[in-house]
Structures are given as structure tokens and as C-alpha cells.
Design a protein around this ligand. Structure first.
Ligand SMILES: NC(=O)c1ccc[n+]([C@@H]2O[C@H](COP(=O)([O-])OP(=O)(O)OC[C@H]3O[C@@H](n4cnc5c(N)ncnc54)[C@H](OP(=O)(O)O)[C@@H]3O)[C@@H](O)[C@H]2O)c1
Length: 315
């Protein structure tokens, strides 16, 4: 029997990396085995992955040497950054650490979980949306897009994976329907009547597994994934059916959204405006059929809701 090839997974106890680890382990015929990278091999999340059959090793994206140890001997690496790295400089330095560790250890196929550098569409001089932190329109997008070249300049064989809005944000990120003063639920987005590509977070890892299974096919290419392209009104209609009570779509302007004041509201307000104003490009870059080809069990918003509706806090 051929020895299984190792896929080293950053963020393995999190959403994207965890989805990839579980996708590999759920396929007994897989030619891969996941090596889950975590800062704490004794955490509950890490132990759970070990019980499922993953190799679990310590690694910290802020520490390049630890990443080299974690990537050593692996065939593939899944590279992702974290919300805790809200500082653009930090996101760039962690991406650099991952790219350099992949280069140093001779990784044969890296997947870099990236997003658009929106400044290619909206230069800093364009006043349709405010420039943030002096250099960015959508900081958590722009830094990822800018970091693509850290992988390509080093010659790391990389697939650039464009992710989409997690529908799980309705559970974990406070974006679910909220009670209006009249007691009715409303789902708020600054998207007008434009479509928002979304995905079940767990499906991103399944798509990444699909990419690794295709060997070198997507190396050097950019691939976007989504489980559905839905307007706010369509999402509200699905929520209405799933929750069994009316959910209205409350469309606000990006200006209003940016002024909501929660941490990251300006970044997200600009992000939604980019998705709204460049709907055709943004949806086109996240084709549903090609996503399903990578991940045949891809969930739609309705199937995701069926499984998760009871986890959505209705504030
Ligand atoms: N939310 C969305 O809609 C959305 C959509 C597209 C893209 N994204 C992007 O997705 C990324 C986050 O991915 P995710 O949702 O999979 O993350 P997540 O679920 O928040 O995962 C966090 C994981 O990161 C690991 N981690 C944190 N700091 C680390 C460090 N210094 N070194 C190594 N591991 C570390 C933690 O593992 P341990 O504690 O075990 O070390 C934890 O399991 C962000 O860059 C975000 O911009 C989000």
C-alpha cells in the first residue's frame, strides 16, 4: 500500500482548516493524511482532531521556525490567517512566514486562502469609500490579495483560493436577524438588491480537499468558491421559511453600516460595498458549478439553514 501523503493544515482547530482536516479523514480511501497545526496540542479542539485520526503538531504562524517543523516532510500545506490578526502588518507577516516555511520545506502544493486586493478595483484615490488605516480600502481583503505575491515570488507551487462570506457569521458574528422595535425580525445587509456569494464555512475545507485531489491542476491559478449567490431579500425569505416566522430584509447603505460602530464595522462596510458595486465580477469569480465539482456535497443556504437554524441567536 502506498504511504499516505501529509497535508499540513494551519488553523486546523478553526473553521477552514478544520473543514479540510475532517474532509480528508472522512474519506477512508484518501491518499492524504492531515497534520493539524495548533498552538496548543492539549486543547480540546486539538485532542478531538487527534481522536478522529489527525496527526497533531504544535505550530504558530507568528513563528516561522515552528512552521518549518510543522511543514517538514509534508506534501501539501493549507495556509490561512486569522481574525485575531486584524492588524494588516500582522496578517502580512504571518502570510510571509507561511510562504517562507513552505518554500524552505519544499512543499509541493500550497493552498493560500486569499481574497481580492480591492484597490485594483477601487484605488485609494477613489472616494466612493473611505481609505482605512492610510493604505487600504478593505484591509482584511487587501492584505490577503497583496500577500499572493509572497507565495508566487518565492516560487511556492500555490493555488490561490478565494473564499466567500460564511453563512456561519449569522451564528458566530452577530449578523443574524435582530428584533426590530415592532418585535419583527430583520436581517440587515448593505447590499441593496445585489447578490452576496456565501458558503457554509465547513465547505471551504471540503473544496480545498477537492483541489488537493486534483494534484497540480490548479497550481498557479486562482479559484473562487461559494455555495450560493443570494440577495439580502432572498436570504431573508429563506430565513423566514427556516425559522417559521417572518424575517424582513433591512437594506442599509454602506455609510450607515460603517457607522454601526462595532469593531471592524468600517472594514466590513467597505467590504460589502465592494461586493455590491462589483457584483458581476465578484459573483463571477465564485462559480457555483465549479465549486460543486470540487465538493459534490456543497451546501446551499437552505440546506445549511436546515442544519443550523437553531444555532442562530435571534437578538
Ligand atoms: N468569516 C467570514 O465570513 C470569512 C470569509 C472569508 C474569509 N475569512 C477569513 O478567514 C480567516 C479565518 O479563518 P477561520 O475562520 O478558519 O479561522 P477560525 O475559525 O477563527 O480559526 C481560528 C484558528 O486559528 C488558529 N490560530 C489563531 N492564531 C494562530 C496562530 N498564531 N498560529 C497558529 N494558529 C493560530 C487557532 O488554532 P489554535 O488555537 O488551535 O492554535 C484557531 O483554531 C480570516 O483571515 C478571515 O478574514 C472569513
Amino acid at each position: 500500500m502506498l504511504e499516505k501523503q501529509i497535508i499540513a493544515v494551519v488553523g486546523a482547530t478553526g473553521a477552514q482548516g478544520g473543514g479540510l482536516v475532517r474532509a480528508i479523514l472522512n474519506d477512508p480511501a484518501s491518499s492524504f493524511i492531515p497534520r493539524a497545526i495548533t498552538r496548543d496540542v492539549n486543547s480540546e479542539g486539538a485532542k478531538k482532531l487527534a481522536r478522529l485520526g489527525a496527526l497533531v503538531v504544535r505550530g504558530d504562524v507568528d513563528d516561522e521556525e515552528s512552521l518549518k517543523s510543522a511543514f517538514e516532510g509534508a506534501y501539501g500545506a493549507y495556509c490561512v490567517t486569522f481574525w485575531s490578526h486584524v492588524s494588516p502588518d500582522k496578517e502580512t507577516s504571518t502570510a510571509r512566514n507561511m510562504a517562507q516555511a513552505a518554500k524552505a520545506t519544499g512543499i509541493k502544493h500550497a493552498i493560500w486562502s486569499t481574497l481580492e486586493d480591492t484597490r485594483k478595483w477601487i484605488p485609494l484615490s477613489d472616494n466612493r469609500m473611505p481609505t482605512l488605516m492610510g493604505h487600504y480600502k478593505v484591509p482584511h481583503f487587501d492584505t490577503k490579495g497583496e500577500a499572493n505575491r509572497l507565495f508566487s515570488d518565492l516560487g511556492v507551487p500555490t493555488t490561490f483560493l478565494l473564499t466567500s462570506f460564511y453563512w456561519d457569521n449569522l451564528i458566530h458574528f452577530g449578523m443574524g436577524p435582530k428584533k426590530e422595535p415592532d418585535g419583527k425580525l430583520a436581517f440587515t445587509l448593505p447590499m441593496g438588491d445585489k447578490k452576496l456569494p456565501g458558503i457554509a464555512a465547513e465547505d471551504i475545507g471540503k473544496c480545498a480537499y477537492g483541489i488537493f485531489k486534483k494534484d497540480t491542476e490548479f497550481i498557479g491559478k486562482t479559484l473562487g468558491v461559494a455555495g450560493g449567490h443570494l440577495t439580502g431579500a432572498q436570504m431573508a425569505a429563506s430565513l423566514t421559511v427556516a425559522l417559521g416566522q417572518e424575517v424582513r430584509y433591512h437594506s442599509v447603505t454602506p455609510e450607515q453600516y460603517r457607522a454601526f460602530g462595532f469593531p471592524g464595522a468600517e472594514d466590513l462596510g467597505n467590504m460589502f460595498q465592494f461586493k455590491r458595486d462589483f457584483e458581476e465580477y465578484y459573483c463571477g469569480a465564485r462559480n457555483l458549478d465549479s465549486t460543486r465539482a470540487l465538493n459534490p456535497s456543497l451546501q446551499t443556504f437552505d440546506t445549511w439553514l436546515e442544519q443550523n437554524k437553531n444555532r442562530i441567536p435571534l437578538g
